[in-house]
Design a protein around this ligand. Sequence first.
Ligand code: PMP
Length: 418
Amino acid sequence: MNLINSKIPNKRPFNLDEIRSDFPILQRLVNGKPLVYLDNAATTQKPDFVIEAIKHYYDFENANIHRGLHFLSEVATEAYETARLKVKEFLNALSASEIIFVRGTTEAINLIASTMEKAKMLKPNDEVIITNMEHHANIVPWQLICGEKGIKLRVIPINDDGELILDNFEDMFNEKTKLVSVVHISNSLGTINPVEKIISISHKYNVPVLLDGAQAVSHQNVDVQKLDCDFYTFSGHKLYGPTGIGVLYGKTKFLDSLPPYQGGGDMIRTVTFDKTTFNDLPHKFEAGTPHISGAIALAIAVNYLNAFDLNDIIQHENKLLKYATKELLKIDGLRIIGTAKDKAPVISFTIDGVHPYDVGTLLNNDGIAIRTGHHCTQPIMDRFKIPATARVSMAFYNTIYEIDILINSLRKTISILK
Ligand code: PMP
């Protein structure tokens, strides 16, 4: 059986009860209470189709891929490469060879930083434009390259609503600007960035654009050809797929111009002790045995999501966002950090006189999972002059009832802490 064409129906109505029953973990109790999982920006839960796909792979198809002549190797290779095709369709890439399987968004950005440096496409004192709302995964890799001099990060500022201020964006470009690398949707603020505008301006200056899509792929349609971005990255685990697998999309002309990231098996064509020649795309960037079951299960997650009408998912998530925002704002002293007009279902907040960590701890007693801290975006905390926030991040399986549980528990928590 080809796993990619598994039991998932082609089309499914948006039925919340049915959707929730697809996710075994949502049925469990935490601290004696039904789990209310509102930490989806950190990682999403997995439907049983995805969990079963992993078991099925190891039960029936496990073998190493590529060049194996035996039955299982052919089956595993076909499933892995079909998974790549599925991701190609999901992002609407031009070719499957533009889809590189990596560990996740972090590895994808490190791959680009490191190989651009190796190719001398990024040299000491060159400039990369990022934003004030980047995840550390889109800050630190740029700081790790080009030795002591390093490269210069030019940072697009944000306003008090957590929206990019693009008024002076064009002034940031000069002959040293080599890349614009921005987050598509902010994991802390929920802001959906105007990436089309950023891409068209950057291309006017012949500068390629990398989009960090870690938070975007589960909340909206992503079409890399329509966007015309040059690189796009995401992590499988934020798209209802497994951890340890992610995707780097790159336009062929850029991927071709970059050297391999790591050396080893599969990424070579010939090896002698004097010289090695490299394999074609995408294998040039996939040294060693990849996360085969992860790629297959990620494709199953994509299949699972594709069975729904994306508009139903977006509509439901918007309803959750609006309702949670309205109810949270009724709480005295609560301030939402990130009030952009265009937002994904992520709400960061602070409460006067109450530490976010205490909020998170007490909500946990009621079985409610939210995240507290800087969310790997310390520059955002500096921008808003706060040490941390509490963050509620929703997915399409969350319910209005769960938001009510959150609000009640939050009110109780505040009365205990104040
Ligand atoms: N970018 C953003 C916007 C994220 O939200 C995350 C994960 N929180 C990352 C990058 C890093 O993703 P990963 O840890 O899966 O590599």
